[in-house]
Unconditional design. Structure first.
Length: 69
């Protein structure tokens, strides 16, 4: 059963993650309202992109090296 579930999730990972993200965004919009919810989603996207940039091997830590001595 566990192997079958992992196989299905592995095959349809994008659909599964998209559905979960849609559920979370919908919940945020219901709880906070449309404008506040979109602002929260925008902050999440900016944080994700910044984190991806800092984690990428080609960034070389240029951004973070400005703050460390």
């Amino acid at each position: 059963m566990k192997d079958r579930l992992l196989g299905i999730l592995g095959t349809h990972l994008g659909k599964t993650l998209g559905s979960i993200m849609g559920l979370i965004v919908g919940w945020i919009i219901i709880v906070f309202g449309i404008l506040k919810g979109l602002f929260v989603v925008l902050c999440i996207v900016v944080g994700f992109l910044l984190g991806s940039y800092l984690d990428s091997p080609k960034s070389g830590g240029g951004f973070t090296s400005r703050f460390s001595r």
